[in-house]
Design a binder for this molecule. Structure first.
Ligand code: SF4
Length: 234
């Protein structure tokens, strides 16, 4: 059996016609970030967020588009280090085209402000981009079809921290089948991106008991984000 050499992970530079040495470009195979997404579904030919938004706005890939007013793609800083992902647009989001603007969105704004975060410095989106009728949860099939846009958003924005708001986002982004109660409040890392799940703000509106644990999670999110920003300045 061939013994691993000290130089196995290194590649010889290529000599150019002028006699200079240059590193050979390495073609890396794309490894999707989200569980279950295939590279060929990940819009790899789309190179900026605006172009992806335009394609998403034209999307008719699932039945949700026929029942909603408009596609709600995402909102915020396209270079954000911190990305929030919810489950899907509600009635106010469907009307305005902006995620998290209804009652749950206003509560999220308050939580962000209490966490010393500006809404326009983060990026906010959902697992599905069209409103499920009657605010039901997106079906597994709708999620499976739509998550390619989320995959591409993550690739193009390159956040360092991702926060999943609620079980639908947790199960799409972090772990299929995971429960929010058992998973929330813990940082997990994939491909160098740290991820945490916490309760969806709509759950806090329905049940006060979720407020305290959510605030505990947001204190961690605030501290990790501050640390990241401090490290970037050094
Ligand atoms: S929910 Fe997603 S996949 Fe379905 S039509 Fe809207 S953008 Fe397309």
């Amino acid at each position: 059996m061939k013994q691993p050499s000290l130089f196995d992970d290194l590649q010889a530079d290529k000599q150019t016609e002028e006699g200079r040495f240059q590193a050979e470009p390495v073609e890396k195979e794309y490894v999707p970030f989200l569980p279950g997404v295939k590279a060929e579904e990940a819009f790899l030919d789309v190179h900026d967020l605006h172009e992806l938004r335009l394609q998403c706005q034209e999307c008719q890939k699932c039945e949700l588009r026929g029942q909603c007013t408009q596609v709600v793609f995402g909102d915020g800083n396209p270079h954000a280090d911190l990305m929030f992902i919810g489950e899907g647009p509600g009635a106010d989001e469907d009307r305005t085209g902006i995620p998290f603007v209804g009652r749950a969105g206003k509560l999220l704004d308050k939580i962000l402000a209490a966490s010393e975060l500006q809404r326009d410095e983060v990026y906010i989106t959902n697992v599905v981009k069209c409103r499920p009728p009657g605010n039901r949860l997106p079906s597994p099939l709708e999620t499976k079809i739509c998550r390619s846009y989320l995959e591409a958003q993550i690739r193009l924005i390159q956040p360092r921290l991702i926060v999943c708001l609620g079980a639908a986002a947790l199960q799409t982004v972090i772990k299929p089948g995971a429960g929010i109660g058992a998973t929330r409040g813990r940082w997990l890392t994939r491909q160098g991106i740290r991820m945490m799940a916490t309760y969806h703000p709509a759950a806090l509106l329905r049940n006060e008991k979720y407020k305290r644990p959510t605030w505990e999670d947001f204190k961690q999110i605030r501290d990790s984000y501050k640390l990241l920003k401090t490290d970037q300045q050094d």
